[in-house]
Design a protein around this ligand. Structure first.
Ligand SMILES: Nc1nc(=O)c2c([nH]1)NC[C@@H]1CN(c3ccc(C(=O)N[C@@H](CCC(=O)O)C(=O)O)cc3)CN21
Ligand SMILES: CC(C)C(=O)C(=O)O
Ligand SMILES: [Mg+2]
Length: 263
């Protein structure tokens, strides 16, 4: 049976951790869900890991739709989330809706939008018209040039309060999931406790309802600088499928992320 947003909400309510990996093609999709991955995230990180670009900014809606269709073709069980690429959610809610439709038509079950309170109107516009939305706060890579690099966010009292406000505003606007990237673990713990919807973390500590990694990071084949939150699951695994199975097991048990992966 296909996992749905309701499945993920039930997992969160019952304390079962949600295992998420990025996925860009049919073969990985099939292998990942056979090894217990709950959610496949078609991330705009594909601009960096598939296309070899320096940032996620050049990724287009056509490229995202293509990879969503590839993943959907190989998937029968997972919940499929697709990133709205740069330039498609920073416009009016109506224009954003039209772009989101392209990803939903390609086979996504939810779209992910970077940003907090300032995206609330857009999140509400989509979620009241049948498109489930995941908010993405903390380190938002589409704003890398404004952030001055891929830096930890939410440090200090003012930034922490703002992140909490952003999370609550997204939930209030109808976001079904809130993803938090590269923030102090203590802050993600507080946000997760204050939200009713599931939280997914990447570099956000072990208290989140679920965890996500870029698949090529957890397979140790991304040539760039390794972020603190990355764990290579290949050593000792013997196969890619076993590495994915070990990732799922460590997310479910709470063994991943460990202190060394957290801020
Ligand atoms: N391969 C890959 N993995 C990712 O996790 C990822 C992408 N690509 N592309 C889009 C963004 C960019 N991301 C990144 C990239 C680097 C760091 C990083 O090196 N962070 C430093 C923080 C340093 C600091 O704030 O002091 C680290 O040490 O982890 C974090 C997130 C996350 N996303
Ligand atoms: C790293 C995750 C959260 C993402 O947004 C992506 O893969 O693009
Ligand atoms: Mg992304």
């Amino acid at each position: 049976m296909r996992k749905t947003l309701t499945t993920l909400q039930t997992m969160r309510n019952q304390g079962e951790k949600i295992a998420v990996l990025t996925c860009y093609d049919a073969s990985f999709a099939s292998m990942m869900e056979a090894n217990g991955v709950d959610v496949l995230l078609v991330g705009d990180s594909l601009g960096m890991v598939i296309q070899g670009r320096a940032t996620t900014l050049p990724v287009t809606i056509e490229q995202m739709a293509y990879h969503v269709a590839c993943v959907a073709s190989g998937s029968q069980q997972a919940f499929i989330v697709a990133d709205m690429p740069f330039g498609t959610s920073q416009v009016s809610p109506r224009e954003t809706f039209a772009y989101a439709v392209q990803l939903m038509a390609a086979g996504a079950h939810m779209v992910k939008i970077e940003g907090g309170e300032e995206m609330a109107d857009t999140v509400q516009f989509l979620s009241t018209r049948g498109i489930p939305v995941c908010g993405h706060i903390g380190l938002t890579p589409q704003s890398v040039h404004q952030l001055g690099g891929y830096r930890v966010q939410g440090k200090g009292d003012a930034a922490a309060q703002k992140l909490l406000r952003d999370a609550l505003a997204l939930q209030q606007a109808g976001a079904g999931i809130v993803l938090m990237e590269a923030i102090p673990a203590a802050l993600a713990t507080e946000v997760t406790a204050k939200l009713a919807v599931p939280t997914i973390g990447i570099g956000a500590g072990a208290a989140c309802s679920g965890q996500v990694l870029v698949v090529y990071d957890m397979l140790g084949i991304y040539p760039g600088k390794k972020a603190r939150f990355v764990k290579d699951f290949m050593p000792g695994a013997g196969s890619i499928a076993q590495a994915v199975a070990n990732y799922v097991a460590e997310v479910k048990s709470g063994a991943f992320p460990a202190q060394e992966h957290c801020f």
